[in-house]
Design a protein around this ligand. Structure first.
Ligand code: SF4
Ligand SMILES: [Zn+2]
Length: 364
């Protein structure tokens, strides 16, 4: 699919982001050869699988970075370009990164009784040949295909790189795994997505690739950005509830809610420094789940939410109390692992910050 000639972009906002991004790109640090042969990071931890509690094995690969950030300023909350090596990372180096992580964890995975989801992230698009070439993708598929404990595989990509050919190529190797394409939809509202987030993506195009993927037996994981810039808490709740309900109607397999966090070099960071943005409160997130979902919905959708920096001032948080944020994190984790709405009401007593929140909820 050709890009829509920026027709769905907000000119002024993208200029602002472009300005900040250029600054960030100018000071983009060089990585050593050793660093380019190892992934940005990788880990194993508990995660909700489709039908059970299992584990995730996540590998974050370093590539040249997301073309949308490099060439068109990128999304307003995104600072992933800080991890990229914009002078390019060659194919062998990306393969070495993947091998390094997998070889370190293979024995643990093979000897585990749990099922696994493998998440391969590259802070851009897995199907963009300039980031991850066909050779790299096939190498990765081949290695995954022979690991029985890996039942699910998730990759991330922008919509414009999804087509029948890349999906067929993937299926050739991974026919015995459940595969999901993670897509940063952020909101079902075209205005919010393109004017506040600068995503350059239309909902119709998201639905088009959803249909194609479903026809081919491939699942869709839609990411929603919880509290984009320029929305207050109530606005964030309304947007999230509307988005979840709409995605349920389109039979999206997994909805992953990402509470907005303050990433380096992003427009959101600039607004946050000026006290024009505050990351969301946990109270708003829980209210959205309760309003948007009924327990029977979990028979056809999986809800995920694993917020970066939660409890800190750069991530989703309530007041400054460790106990208050700790309780919220625990409730959220139990809700996700068990896919049970009752977990959201399991707090014994409310923190005093709830009163402050109730006042702030409608303020800008
Ligand atoms: S959020 Fe995704 S699409 Fe947007 S700039 Fe970041 S990596 Fe690229
Ligand atoms: Zn509190």
């Amino acid at each position: 699919m050709k890009l829509r000639n920026n027709s769905s972009r907000n000119g002024h906002l993208s200029e602002e982001i472009d300005h900040l991004r250029k600054y960030s790109l100018n000071r983009n640090r060089k990585f050593t050869i050793e660093q380019l042969n190892k992934p940005v990071s990788f880990w194993i931890k508990k995660e909700r699988l489709l039908n059970e509690i299992g584990k995730e094995f996540t590998i974050i690969l370093r590539t040249k970075g997301c073309y949308w950030a490099l060439e068109h300023a990128g999304c307003s909350m995104c600072g992933y370009i800080e991890d990229a090596n914009i002078d390019n990372v060659n194919s062998q180096q990306v393969i070495n990164q993947f091998n390094y992580a997998l070889d370190k964890k293979l024995e643990e995975i093979n000897s585990d009784k749990c099922s696994y989801v493998l998440k391969i992230f590259n802070s851009g698009s897995f199907f963009d040949d300039n980031e991850i070439s066909e050779d790299i993708r096939c190498h990765i598929y081949k290695r995954i295909s022979i690991i029985p404990n890996i039942k699910e595989v998730t990759i991330e990509t922008r919509v414009e790189f999804i087509n029948k050919n890349v999906l067929k190529e993937m299926q050739k190797y991974l026919e015995n795994k459940y595969v999901e394409l993670g897509i940063g939809l952020e909101s079902v509202d075209d205005y919010i997505r393109n004017n506040y987030i600068n995503k350059n993506l239309l909902f119709d195009d998201f639905i088009r690739v959803t249909k194609l993927s479903h026809e081919m037996g491939i699942g869709i994981k839609a990411y929603l950005l919880f509290k984009p810039p320029f929305l207050n808490e109530q606005g964030a709740i309304d947007d999230c509830v509307h988005s979840i309900k709409t995605l349920l109607n389109f039979n999206i397999d997994t909805i992953s809610i990402n509470p907005c966090n303050i990433q380096k070099g992003s427009l959101v960071e600039y607004l946050w420094n000026q006290k024009r943005y505050r990351p969301p409160w946990f109270y708003s997130l829980f209210e959205s789940f309760k309003e948007a979902l009924k327990q029977e919905d979990f028979e056809r959708v999986r809800i995920l939410c694993d917020p970066s920096g939660s409890g800190s001032k750069r991530g989703i948080h309530n007041c400054s109390s460790k106990e208050c944020n700790g309780n919220m994190k625990e409730i959220l984790q139990n809700f996700i692992l068990n896919q049970d709405l009752r977990e959201l009401d399991s707090l014994d007593s409310e923190c005093i910050c709830k009163k402050k929140y109730d006042i702030q909820k409608y303020q800008n």
